[in-house]
Design a binder for this molecule. Structure first.
Ligand code: OSB
Ligand code: MG
Length: 374
């Protein structure tokens, strides 16, 4: 494949409800979309998961815009690749970090490749599932009672797992309120986005006693050794998200014992090839993975759903339907959930959903066309 042109744009999409975590609150998403085209006019779409501020990780919408225009696009445009899995190594050999920026372009090229071959993206990636189980990630709420109401509604909507965002001072009481409202029967987990330290062992031990399905990213991203220390003290499986930037970190987690589950986000690790490498390392070690989310639009969700159809995605993913996030998504059909499952599209080549070009155009706040410089 030879990517010939790339349209990079930023859209603004208002969330139906603000999403609050230990690191900040989001009312609207600034989203970078990548549309890559070949000489024959086929196109592929990708979405950058970077957020407005460097809270989840060091990248932002603006650093990703810079990285894509200044470094990623010039390395990719006009270059012949045997297939989309060649992009990641080329980009990583050329410059460090900026995985979210690299992923947006790499994933667009996977969609393009699937369309060139006339097959669904899930099939190109090696996916085996017809549908994937869905969990919900509930942000911090003004009170435990309001959180319990949201959790009750989520259980009634059919979600297969409920995850609560927690932060120091908003943890044990939240879990207790939700457990009192829900009773047993639906797995419950918590996600701290790195907000605790080993000084918080007391509260982490109290969470450990609450029979959670997992505790996601309790400590900082770089704390693999400290996570191993913590995992030795707790019986609840730790799940790593921010810490796992690629297959090598997954191997480190496994050999150190820093966790027992991995949240895989292709947009975090540099794209589909890197995500699949994490999946394969975990599968080889008997470690289950699930697909995380970053409040993506329908484009990023399509990529996540396709990836989550791989066999070792054995736990429900953060793959809520469009209506949970947006008044109107940018794809059609919009993403829906039935009995807690999302169907993996198999009826057309590529992502399996169409981008609503007119709506995207209306939402666009800046746009640049990049072509080969010669
Ligand atoms: O840590 O998994 C996370 C959203 C933004 C940034 C980080 C995370 C999340 C979520 C939301 O948990 C998952 C979703 O997209 O529904
Ligand atoms: Mg997380």
């Amino acid at each position: 494949m030879r990517p010939a042109r790339l349209v990079l744009r930023e859209i603004g999409l208002r969330l139906r409800e603000p999403f609050r975590t230990s690191t900040g609150a989001w009312e609207q998403r600034r989203i970078l979309l990548v549309e890559v085209g070949d000489e024959e006019g086929a196109t592929g779409w990708g979405e950058c998961v970077a957020e407005e501020t460097p809270l989840y990780g060091p990248e932002t919408v603006d650093t990703a815009w810079l990285a894509i225009t200044a470094w990623v696009a010039p390395l990719v445009l006009g270059r012949e690749f045997a297939g989309p899995s060649e992009l990641g190594p080329v980009l990583d050999a050329a410059f460090r970090g900026h995985r979210m920026a690299k992923a947006a372009v790499e994933m667009a090229c996977w969609d393009l490749a699937a369309k060139q071959e006339g097959i669904p993206l899930a099939e190109l990636l090696g996916g085996t599932r017809a549908e994937v189980a869905t969990g919900i990630s509930l942000g911090l709420q003004p009170s435990p009672a309001e959180l319990a109401d949201k959790a009750t509604a989520a259980a009634a909507a059919g979600y297969r797992r409920i995850k609560l965002k927690i932060a120091p001072g908003a943890d044990v009481a939240l879990v207790a309120a939700v457990q009192a409202a829900l009773g047993e029967g639906i797995p419950l987990s918590v996600d701290a986005n790195g907000a605790y330290s080993l000084d918080d062992l007391d509260v982490l031990r109290r969470l450990d006693a609450m029979e959670l399905a997992m505790i996601e990213q309790p400590l900082a991203a770089g704390d693999l050794v400290r996570h191993a220390e913590l995992q030795r003290q707790l019986s609840t499986p730790l799940c790593l998200d921010e810490s796992i930037t690629g297959a090598a970190r997954a191997e480190d987690m496994i050999s150190l014992g820093s966790g027992r589950i991995i949240n895989v986000k292709p947009g975090r690790v540099g794209g589909h090839a890197a995500a699949r490498a994490v999946h394969d390392v975990a599968a080889g070690a008997g470690v289950p993975v699930w697909c995380g989310g970053m409040l993506e639009s329908g484009v990023g969700r399509a990529h996540n759903v396709a990836l989550a159809s791989l066999p070792n995605f054995r736990l429900p993913g953060d793959l809520s339907p469009s209506a949970r996030y947006w008044e109107r998504d940018i794809v059609y059909p919009e993403w829906t959930m039935s009995a807690g499952m999302v169907t993996v599209p198999r009826d057309r080549p590529g992502l399996g959903v169409e981008v609503d070009h007119e709506w995207v155009e209306e939402l666009t706040v800046r746009r640049v066309l990049l072509t080969r410089e010669d």
